[in-house]
Write a protein that binds this ligand. Sequence first.
Ligand code: FFO
Ligand code: ATP
Length: 198
Amino acid sequence: MSHTPQFASARQNIRTEIRQRRKNLTAYQQAQFALQAADRVAAHPKIHSAKTISVFLSFDGELDTAPLIQRLWQEGKELCLPVLHPFSPHHLLFLRYTPETPLVRNRLKILEPQLDVTQVLPLSQLDIILTPLVAFDCYGQRLGMGGGFYDRTLEHWQDGGPYPIGLAHDCQQVDALPVEHWDVPLPQVITPGKVWTW
Ligand SMILES: Nc1nc2c(c(=O)[nH]1)N(C=O)[C@@H](CNc1ccc(C(=O)N[C@@H](CCC(=O)O)C(=O)O)cc1)CN2
Ligand SMILES: Nc1ncnc2c1ncn2[C@@H]1O[C@H](COP(=O)(O)OP(=O)(O)OP(=O)(O)O)[C@@H](O)[C@H]1O
């Protein structure tokens, strides 16, 4: 079933509105929320038992993951970051991320590890994917930046793939998102204020 143009523009309007909402947070709010979210993530039982966790480097007013990353390294977790696939459009690779990893800015202006095939981790080696998002709703549906990168990555997660946990500000929650058939709902979202579970 295909949707009307109005449906696509409703999704785009939500992206624009919520991206502006998170960009309006003050530096002080961003700093507080980053610490609160780091506490909630670190206390999560699935994070405790995980060995390898995919994180992301924040941009565009996203919840700042820097304090969380420091903490997970301290706890001995192996971390990785998404990297835009060099020749498969709209697909991500996941590369090991340590304090020594050289970072470069990709074409979407996000920092990512410099491509190095020896550092690529197959999805089967990831336990958890902390997933960025623009908006999430009260059913666990997620709307991203519009590239379909994470929808593709998470397509088969329930068949033994890495467990996805959304990471966002509380102000990114909306009542109900217009959902497409390829959208992958999240089983959990962590915000500074709450752990949401569906
Ligand atoms: N921190 C973070 N990393 C991430 C994601 C994310 O949401 N957050 N992604 C999640 O999928 C992927 C990147 N997805 C993106 C998709 C679209 C745009 C985008 O439209 N950006 C500009 C225009 C880009 C341009 O200059 O051409 C924009 O701000 O409108 C950015 C990132 C992989 N890494
Ligand atoms: N599993 C998939 N297989 C093939 N195409 C897909 C898949 N998931 C999404 N797409 C395509 O990707 C495009 C973007 O999807 P969508 O707008 O839902 O991205 P998003 O969830 O906002 O972004 P992201 O997942 O990168 O954060 C759509 O045109 C859709 O057709």
